[in-house]
Design a protein around this ligand. Sequence first.
Ligand code: 4AD
Ligand code: MG
Length: 450
Amino acid sequence: MSIQTLLQENQPLGVQVEVSAWVRTRRDAKSFSFLELNDGSCLSSLQVVVDQGVPGSEQLSQMLTGASVQVKGTLVESQGKQRCELQASEIVLLGGVADDYPLQKKRHGVEFLREIAHLRPRTNLFGAVFRTRSRLSFAVHQFFQEQGFHYVHTPIITASDCEGAGEMFRVTTLDDLSKPSSEDFFAKESYLTVSGQLEGETYASALGRIYTFGPTFRAENSNTSRHASEFWMIEPEVAFCDLNGDMNLAEDFVKYLLRDVLENQKEDLAFFNQFVEKGLTDKLKHIVESEFVRVSYAEAVEILISSGQKFEYSVQDGANLQSEHERYLTEQHFKSPVIVYDYPKEIKPFYMRRNEDGKTVAAMDLLVPGIGELIGGSQREERYEVLKELMDKEGLSQEDYGWYLDLRKYGSVPHAGFGLGFERLLMFVTGVSNIRDVIPFPRTPNSCKF
Ligand code: 4AD
Ligand code: MG
């Protein structure tokens, strides 16, 4: 039985149970030992009392921190802080532990734990983070499935560059890269995907409402606490939808996920609230209740320029907002999540819908306190002639991208979507400040261990 189940309020006492888990600590008294066991099912550990003489107790000296054991016993009322503890009737040592076990009972820094990413999920912090990650993944599917979205698996290997930023990892079997790409495995240059959007759009143009949820790869050489080379992205795409509908969906989605975690991840959240970010729970509750601010890019720039705030990079009308600008808007000025929409067309990818002003595109970014950009999305250009011209200008060939243009030729519809960076969401929900600590095995520039 899992410890999570055993510790539930309604679990009857006095019954025989069996538990398999790892030893967190052992304390020896004269005639018995206390073991604290954790099996990863929840944050709490189970206290076990092993009297000397019970079968298996002769091996107690090997049941050190990190060892794995199986215990049979009776659940009894506890004197300690927990409702119950296990009085062992039999204990078996499953796997002993070498004496260089690095996770002895003391607090370790996250930097050290990154070096032992294969063992860090056994700590309280990382156990809580990865249980939350699992719960949130489930909630993502639940949100979309409840609303009639279909889950589409877009390819991981692709020949198209969705974001047009050229930050792609090449996939090749050539031993000599000076050979022509026609001799490569796919007889053309191919890459790890930076986004499933373009392929997603084709499915939205048939199934109506779709989402993707998968790994995404970017060869950007930015060594920040919020960028990973491999990260997970959720990309819904909705047919018959404009930018307003897109912003509404983004806001509903984020609130749904926060509500789910507040409801179903209480113990782990209380841990983050106490040890990682004070006030975290209140912050999340407040956001669920609040309405996200929406401002146009032009308004945002106006606010930033008249703020009198000293930024490392000065604010320039027409240029990308820097992370410090985004964080000023959401953390200082509005103190709330903010959606910035209608960006200058020059700084956004080719597929975004041109607005009537001739200057901006129907793009939107959702910015949240502590993180900055959590979501990036847009209404897509659905007009054949307009898109064709943009693609020609971008040098996107008919041969490579004709299929994307086809959607505008055969029953084109207004449609929109966005991408949410799953690790950024986890950082926001757990208060963990480095992206390397919310993904099991982080891949970042110069780092691909495990
Ligand atoms: O803003 P981005 O680049 O948008 C797209 O890829 C669109 N194709 C999405 C769409 O409209 N379907 O990326 C979307 C989100 C960002 O807002 C950010 O949260 C996350 O993905 N992201 C990263 N997360 C971690 N590491 C990186 N290097 C990231 N780059 C983007
Ligand atoms: Mg973006």
